[in-house]
Design a protein around this ligand. Structure first.
Ligand code: MG
Length: 301
């Protein structure tokens, strides 16, 4: 199933997308009052059967509604992973933007950081350029894992039991802030710096997650292209590492890292400026398309 959050009038509605027919079914009234996509994923076993009557619900053309991020307000900050594709780890070290230094050695442990929930924005919303705060906006195409069943100390071999599904994230980054503040939270967390979606796709829709291609274009020019199988630390590794001593919660989001080809991988760096359009695509999950705006942007009602 492909879950969506979309605006209808002044309300957020829960949708089930039928991409083949270009529509989104409004399933809000099949769910307990006030339940959103996060509640549905959290209580999936109990609520999933209600989606059985999806065909009887109103259908809207996908291009006639405004999609928000499928989980517009995550329960807590997103877990993100840095330097998790070899060639990207090398380009990041060479760029001089890694406050940890220029060592081109690959990480021996996953580099995990957080991205604030308030950075989340819609799959087609404008990105706020935050003029006066940053002059070095960069894009990062990433596969994100959505946790279903929570848990602690999840062993590799049990990781898939805890995965609800997947979505796409553009881990937009203010490189100047990332470098200046050493810790990455600020540079990664500016409002609108986490386009997400277009859908939350359940794991049963994906035959082999490691086969998925992750790519990005800027103004139509291909910049990034990778495959999930090339992750240095794979999804079970990441889940085992993060859940060692930290309880993962249903609805938690883990962004798995970005392949080579980000703006600071070029000499000179190629940063985003207002008017640029970034598209991030993952096989079977869809495409995010976000313009860098001339103002605050975002999709917050
Ligand atoms: Mg990233």
């Amino acid at each position: 199933v492909r879950l969506a959050t979309f605006r209808l009038g002044n309300e957020d509605r829960v949708g089930v997308a039928d991409v083949e027919h270009g529509v989104v079914h409004d399933v809000t009234d099949l769910l307990p009052s006030g339940a959103g996509v996060l509640d549905l994923i959290t209580d999936w076993t109990r609520l999933r059967p209600a989606l059985g009557s999806v065909r009887s619900t109103p259908a809207h053309p996908l291009d006639a509604v405004t999609l928000r991020a499928p989980i517009p307000e995550p329960r807590r900050d997103l877990f993100c992973v840095g330097k998790n594709y070899r060639e990207h780890a090398v380009e990041f070290s060479r760029s001089g933007y890694d406050a940890a230094g220029r060592s081109e050695e690959l990480p021996t442990h996953p580099v995990v950081f957080a991205k604030a929930t308030t950075a989340v924005t819609g799959p087609f919303a404008d990105i706020d350029p935050h003029p006066g705060l940053t002059r070095e906006i960069d894009y990062e195409a990433e596969l994100a894992v959505i946790i279903g069943k929570g848990g602690r100390d999840i062993p590799r071999g049990r990781a898939s039991d805890h995965v609800w599904g997947y979505t796409i994230i553009n881990d937009v980054t203010a490189r100047d802030l990332q470098r200046a503040h050493e810790q990455w939270l600020l540079g990664k967390s500016l409002d609108t710096f986490c386009p997400m979606g277009p859908f939350a796709v359940s794991a049963d829709e994906i035959t082999d997650v490691t086969a998925l291609g992750v790519s990005a274009t800027v103004n139509g020019e291909r910049r990034q292209s990778g495959t999930v199988k090339d992750l240095i630390f794979d999804i079970p590794d990441l889940m085992a590492t993060i859940s060692a001593g930290i309880t993962l919660l249903p609805g938690d989001i883990i962004a798995t890292g970005t392949p080579a080809g980000v703006g600071i991988g070029f000499t000179p760096p190629r940063f985003l400026t207002p008017g640029d359009v970034v598209e991030v695509s993952i096989t079977g999950l869809g495409t995010l398309r976000n313009r860098v705006g001339h103002g605050p942007g975002g999709d917050r009602p």
